[in-house]
Design a protein around this ligand. Structure first.
Ligand SMILES: NC(=O)c1ccc[n+]([C@@H]2O[C@H](COP(=O)([O-])OP(=O)(O)OC[C@H]3O[C@@H](n4cnc5c(N)ncnc54)[C@H](OP(=O)(O)O)[C@@H]3O)[C@@H](O)[C@H]2O)c1
Length: 258
């Protein structure tokens, strides 16, 4: 481990449960002071209290809907008011849905786009000028292992294609900002045991195939602690036995018309 991150300040979205909560613990374990964001105030406060008690870091819970620009602005302002700076942004808030495209409600497209794509891009835009000014910043975007599948998985094409866009954006952002001392890392997790996958039909029939959050925590720790002149651009941590190929996309899927 090469970088001492004690006293750094991170905003972490989607922090109340699942991967985001696990990453909040990882960051706190590295001595990073945190602003944690999610919509549900109760679980968010519980997570913040739990982390503040366990790790010797400051933790600020801010209720925030990442689909709303004014909430994102408030999140950034509250963080700057408390800590005076933002060094690290971990974008993790996300939603998923599983539909054959022709049955997917049109409003679901907007929910996915505003949360999983614009939620990330807008928040980065709101913190980036401070990072450029301080010549330091680390941005971690939780993308998805589904972006490694081409064509993207059936019944997840809106979710996955937005993640493909996010992955492309993240890589482009790194090339654009690398001379400002800013790192941008995409984490591509496989199918992980969280509430998000628990809601998906079929995928959790065999839960032994699902990953725990541990490998994702290790990947983020690696990204944050490599020497300052190195940037892990993308880290994929994928299931050894993938659930994508079996129940969700049967290898020999009959044409729906037949
Ligand atoms: N689990 C997987 O298999 C998997 C695989 C690849 C990628 N990912 C990605 O990893 C990220 C986290 O997923 P997860 O599995 O940890 O999901 P999760 O357990 O359902 O947690 C999602 C988190 O995001 C928050 N959130 C959702 N919508 C939000 C909004 N509009 N504004 C603010 N916060 C919001 C939730 O809190 P509130 O509901 O209270 O707002 C919660 O804290 C997502 O980007 C997902 O696409 C997950």
């Amino acid at each position: 481990m090469n970088q001492d991150l004690k006293g750094k300040v991170a905003i972490l979205t989607g922090a109340s449960r699942g991967i985001g909560k696990a990453l909040a613990c990882t960051a706190a374990g590295l001595g990073i002071n945190l602003t944690l964001a999610a919509r549900g105030e109760g679980p968010l406060k519980e997570t913040a209290d739990e982390i503040a008690k366990k790790y010797k870091v400051q933790v600020l819970p801010v209720s925030c809907d990442v689909t709303k620009l004014e909430d994102l602005e408030n999140l950034v302002n509250k963080t700057k008011e408390k800590y005076g700076k933002i060094d690290i942004l971990i974008n993790c808030a996300g939603v998923s849905s599983q539909f054959p495209f022709q049955l997917q409600p049109i409003e679901d497209f907007e929910r996915l786009a505003y949360t999983n794509y614009l939620g990330y891009v807008r928040l980065i835009r709101l913190v980036i000028n401070d990072m450029i000014e301080q010549k330091y910043g680390a941005i971690i975007n939780i993308v998805s292992g589904s972006t490694l599948v081409d064509p993207v998985p059936r019944n997840f094409i809106v979710y996955s294609s937005l993640k493909v866009g996010l992955r492309a954006f993240s890589k482009g952002l790194f090339w654009e900002l690398r001379d400002h001392g800013i790192k941008v890392t995409s984490i591509l997790p496989g199918v992980t045991d969280t509430d998000l996958t628990g809601k998906l039909k079929d995928i959790t029939n065999d839960t032994s195939r699902l990953m725990s959050t541990q490998a994702i925590e290790d990947a983020v720790k690696f990204a944050l602690t490599v020497p300052q002149n190195v940037c892990p651009l993308e880290i994929s941590v994928i299931n050894q036995q993938t659930p994508w190929t079996a129940p969700v996309i049967p290898f020999k899927q009959a044409h729906p018309g037949k």
